[in-house]
Design a protein around this ligand. Sequence first.
Ligand SMILES: NC(=O)c1ccc[n+]([C@@H]2O[C@H](COP(=O)([O-])OP(=O)(O)OC[C@H]3O[C@@H](n4cnc5c(N)ncnc54)[C@H](O)[C@@H]3O)[C@@H](O)[C@H]2O)c1
Length: 445
Amino acid sequence: MAVESLIPATERKEATERRKTTGFRPVVSFEEETNPWLAQEARFDFAAKKLNLDEGMWKVLRLPTRELIVHIPVGMDDGRIEVFTGYRVQHSISRGPCKGGVRYAPDVSLDEVRALASWMTWKCAVVNIPFGGAKGGIICDPHSMSQGELERMTRRYTAELMEFIGPEKDVPAPDAGTNEQTMAWMMDTYSMHQRQTVTSVVTGKPVNLGGSRGRTEATGRGIQMVCDHALRHLGMEIKDCRVIVQGFGNVGSNAARLLHEKGYRIIGIAEFDGGLYNPAGIDIDALLRHKAEVGTIAGFAGAEPADSAELLTRECEILIPAATENVITSRNAADLKCRILCEGANGPTTMVADDILAGKNIFVLPDILANAGGVTVSYFEWVQDRMGYFWNEAEVNRRLDLIMTESFHDVISYAQTHNVNNRIAAYMLAIDRVAYTARQRGMYA
Ligand SMILES: NC(=O)c1ccc[n+]([C@@H]2O[C@H](COP(=O)([O-])OP(=O)(O)OC[C@H]3O[C@@H](n4cnc5c(N)ncnc54)[C@H](O)[C@@H]3O)[C@@H](O)[C@H]2O)c1
């Protein structure tokens, strides 16, 4: 079905006009709209055009440097041998070693990993830290695997990547479906091959294995910081601010907790297995205790049950998608009633939805800015590991605040100077920084 037919007529006309004048590729199907690589590519092309990026550099930056596919044999608990497919995509090394998470999920694909790797390049450049972008993933269902199976799969995946990762080459981190235990196994496997402990090969490790204080909540904390700045920028007050969060995992739960602590009213939480709504505000600490006890947010007494998809379209000041890609699309963007969309997840909004949100004057805090707190504290972890000297949490948070504040203002002033929306401004800022370094380094051979 053509995507345009799903958009109300007035929005459709405007969006079509905008695409004609701005050069977005015409979207013909929902499948194409929700392909993360095409979504990344369309924003990249548009921002590159606005920057007048020369054709050669455009060709260099739009494709990843290296894409690896590995097939990982794993002895399962029941005696069978299973073979899992894994990826590692390294998008750019212009500004430093590659940096990016590893995702375990059944729907991981090369296009998704490619897109996530490119977003990491742009994200690291937006917050001006010395890394390029990478991402990895394995097609598997981590929730149906035992700890032993996960450990064997992780170690074999790490062994397959041995020549391609390293503190000066490519530094993995956790993403959806992986955690600090996964990073401990990766670090240990790499170290065994190097015959010495190399803590800085991954970030997001447990604190006693060279992890950084403040890393677990860093993405949520960064979200809270950019929300504070957005309110100040728009002349809004925290006390009047109602927030709905999609996803109550690492990013969503920490963002909700920190915003709640600052006085924002969290009125809705949307999860896989249902949502919660309480217009008077949800007690996030009580909800965290409930989830720790029963493993789900469902059944929480301090809010009424709500439909998760419908929650995204309820009235609020800030909507935070912090679950996964493609949740705000041509199918629901016109129904959003938030003033600010703060993207905790990577790629939650499609390019068609971008146009619709612009028409509704929704202030977007794009993923490559809003969720960059995580990679920023990963950078601090890599620095601390290499120094062998560790900061206290207040120091980590102080430095994070400096970077998020500067990045927010850089993106906003780029948007104002170039008369573009915040997402395109963030891409332009990032592409400009990466292209500048790539030109300085020159082309080898
Ligand atoms: N962890 C980080 O530091 C970090 C940093 C930057 C970006 N991100 C991005 O943030 C997103 C979430 O990452 P995370 O680390 O919090 O993962 P997570 O696995 O800890 O949490 C994701 C949560 O979202 C829920 N969820 C998944 N799909 C959903 C859906 N369709 N509707 C409602 N709920 C859904 C899951 O049940 C889970 O509770 C991902 O896009 C990830 O790439 C994470």
